[in-house]
Ligand binder design. Structure first.
Ligand SMILES: [Mg+2]
Length: 162
């Protein structure tokens, strides 16, 4: 029996289960204050609809987390997920000095995962990511639990930071 017997449900974090709005103002300054933006991650409120969706998929899928958050937030992110009752066994984070735009970073990551396991769904709040994944043939699901804030759209689409 292979270890990865169940199909994967891949979940984004920011804007799906974590509400980042309280720290977006750090990206509205010039220059953008990425350190302060990421430092606030431990205090993100949960998005109840996203937490419920992840828990639902987690019943018959292996949950895999992927995020554009940098590696230095690994411990903070795992503690946050566990605090909200979510399994955090597999967490893919953006490598240091990786400035690929989010759609490219995430599509390449999913392509790698798909070589080892069946991808049942990828859940993301970034329309450009979902579009790239769908175009590549993966089952991607767009969620819009939070209103799209200009600072977040810019962070994701142009800076490749989240
Ligand atoms: Mg997101």
């Amino acid at each position: 029996m292979p270890e990865q017997a169940r199909p994967l449900a891949v979940f984004d974090i920011d804007g799906v289960v974590a509400d980042v709005r309280h720290r977006l103002h750090h990206l509205e300054s010039k220059p953008k204050d990425w350190d302060a933006f990421f430092a606030g991650a431990a205090d993100d409120p949960a998005i109840p609809a996203g937490i419920a969706l992840a828990a639902e998929y987690g019943r018959d899928h292996d949950l895999v987390w992927y995020t554009g958050r940098p590696q230095r937030l690994r411990r903070t992110t795992i503690a946050w997920l566990r605090h909200h009752g979510l399994r955090a066994a597999v967490l893919h984070m953006r490598p240091a000095r990786d400035f690929r735009p989010a759609p490219r970073y995430k599509a390449e990551l999913i392509a790698g995962l798909a070589q080892r396991a069946e991808i049942a769904v990828v859940v993301d709040d970034d329309a450009a990511v979902v579009e790239a994944l769908t175009a590549a043939g993966y089952p991607a699901r767009l969620v819009d639990f939070l209103p799209r804030d200009e600072a977040l759209v810019e962070a994701q689409d142009r800076d490749g930071g989240t």
